[in-house]
Design a protein around this ligand. Sequence first.
Ligand SMILES: Cc1ncc(COP(=O)(O)O)c(C=O)c1O
Length: 427
Amino acid sequence: MKEWDSFSEIKSAKGVWLTDSKGNKMIDAVASMWCNVWGHSNAQLIKCMQNQSKRLQHSSLFNLTNEPAEKLAKKLVSISPKMYKVFFSDNGSSAMEIAIKMSLQYWKNIGEPKKRKIATLKNGYHGDTFGAMSVGYVPEFFQKFKKQLFSTIQFDVPNSYRIPKGLTFHEYQNQCIEKIEKRFAKKDDVAAFVMESGAQVAGGVIIYPDSFQKKISELCKKYHVLFVLDEIATGFGRLGSMIQYQDQKSIPDIVAFGKMLTGGYLTMAATLANKKIYDSFLGEFKEWKHLFHGHTYTGNPMAASIANENLEMYQKKNLIAKIQKTTKVFEKYYQEISDIDIVGDIRHKGMLMGIDLVSDKNRKTPINPKKSINKIFFEEGKKHGIYLRTLGNIVMIVPPLYITENELDLLMGKVVKTINSAKSQLI
Ligand SMILES: Cc1ncc(COP(=O)(O)O)c(C=O)c1O
């Protein structure tokens, strides 16, 4: 905070452009924290908000229901294979807390209380609350709280850029999977395996190799471990498909959605469970099998209404097909970006790109983490008319999904200029 003595105050936004109080315009390359789909000030979504606010702005889901939330739950179940019921919350971290509680309580409900360990991938990110931090663990973010986090069993994730010495990438992947199987086989105490679906985003844009996720899902099935997926950042088109677990051919028991669920207009997240999980919570009241969890804004009708409109727009505007075309613009820039002397690796899928910055290309040494990389990139980006956020040594490009090819072209040109003008401050 000492370095951030002043902030650009965003006054208005239209499409992919943000405008601050001094009249500076910046392309939103962060999709306003990875959630914006249609750009800002979309007339259809604003109208939907206005209409819903005239009918019902909020009413609790405790003992009650409301039409937009009901409609949304049905829609989510219809597009998410094998999912059966929906638990609403208002942010991704809460959606993951709910997923963790559901999976731990499931085993108690069915009379297997010894299954209480959670397995995860190193470097995952599932939010900033304590349960979410425990199943995640990006060292830079969570180190200060390590002693208070509950323990998990953590496995390596195969990063194609940083492979252990003496192994091929293929061998490394096999080794990662074998370690998981070995642990599952050793003791029948694992309740759930929790991982991001398709890629780790905050942990450095680590895109999983083909069938990695599928193999974990198969191991979960074989060893009776619940498979819990976090699609908060990677579902709904970010990686180029609507439901990422379908693309990965891996069916979860529980999955969480958030961010793009409302197009980035209001705050909402959802945790979906299959019938096996849901049924385990049914019983007489005195059996005490229900899930004790709820939030004030659970199932908020305004957010649900926007989410319904958003999902209809996905279909009407054929957004997933459009993304598959727009994503090719990124490829045009691979060479130019790779040639920059501080760029070690580029990882890209769908509408997500991570640029791994290094101080030594041969040794793959990350830029010194003590450098204020985010601040340097933010300031340089602003000069070039782009809102950029880096995480550690990774420049993240996460644009609104409906960005046009021309706009993405412009954005990528600005990214190249920003890296070139920032580099003297980094090495
Ligand atoms: C994969 C993943 N899960 C969970 C979260 C937490 O979501 P929220 O910030 O809405 O709490 C994030 C946020 O970036 C995320 O990337």
